[in-house]
Design a binder for this molecule. Structure first.
Ligand code: UDP
Length: 243
């Protein structure tokens, strides 16, 4: 069990990318859940107990975004670094290729997961993508059947947040033994439908600005960040007073 850091009641594992991948590959042997919350999800958790439970009960909780790392610093419980979900996902695909683990890709618009699978098998030679399904289904039962029949070790659940976190928590029992991870728009990136911010922009933690410029419909989501930071500062003051 790694050290955990609490940010507004949401625990985060204090791990580097390398440690997170090691833990992820171990979890492919037993099954479990991985979540990658950003400030928006932590904010959602403040008012939605089901999302909080789905996130906080995961086996590995990664700090996706510089906002979480700054919040941890403000609370004087620093995290070693941020671990972007998409970086962890790509490293896991490499690890699954090396260790012969079977991968299922769930999510995205029709066609995206298939294209992502094709690209993944080219990028990670030896990788077995044992199945794909789009993320726009209404009845979960046949999708669960398809996943079970494909017998994956690792299931990437890319339905957007908090839908993916709730879906994984609700189906944890049905998919026991499978490692599931909620990875947002990662299949769009793998399929080439969505661009990752260039390295230097990611390096200075401004990929959210890059995404907002390319997809202006994301701009309203950014209004949560100042509210999140204000709540973190208030919590830091409360902790300092409590000594
Ligand atoms: N998505 C999906 N089913 C839905 C809603 C969304 O498969 O019912 C997919 C969507 O096509 C996209 C991903 O979920 O590929 C969400 O991407 P986004 O970049 O918004 O992820 P987030 O920022 O929420 O992690």
């Amino acid at each position: 069990m790694t050290n955990r850091v609490d940010i507004l009641s949401v625990p985060f594992d204090a791990v580097t990318l390398e440690e997170a991948v090691r833990k992820g590959l171990t979890l492919t042997q037993t099954g479990g859940r991985v979540v990658t919350p950003n400030p928006e999800i932590v904010w959602k958790c403040q008012t939605d107990p089901e999302t909080l439970k789905a996130v906080a009960s995961a086996d590995l909780i990664l700090a996706d975004g510089v906002g979480i790392v700054r919040a941890a610093q403000t609370l004087k419980t620093p995290l070693p670094c941020r671990v972007a979900g998409v970086d962890w996902f790509f490293a896991m695909l490499g690890g699954c290729a090396e260790t012969g683990k079977r991968v299922f890709l769930l999510g995205g618009k029709p066609g995206v997961a298939e294209l992502a699978a094709k690209n993944a098998e080219t990028k990670y030679p030896g990788l077995t993508v044992c199945g794909t399904h789009d993320g726009y289904f209404t009845d979960a039962a046949p999708v669960l059947e398809t996943i079970k029949n494909a017998a994956p070790d690792f299931l990437a659940v890319c339905l957007g947040a908090p839908k993916q976190e709730l879906w994984m928590a609700r189906n944890a029992e049905a998919l026991s033994g499978v490692l599931m991870a909620g990875l947002g728009g990662s299949l769009d990136v793998l399929a080439g439908a969505k661009k990752l911010a260039p390295g230097f922009i990611r390096g200075i933690g401004l990929e959210w600005l890059f995404s907002a410029v390319l997809q202006p419909k994301r701009i309203p989501r950014l209004f949560v960040i100042p509210k999140f930071m204000r709540a973190v500062k208030k919590e830091a003051k409360r902790c300092a007073k409590a000594g």
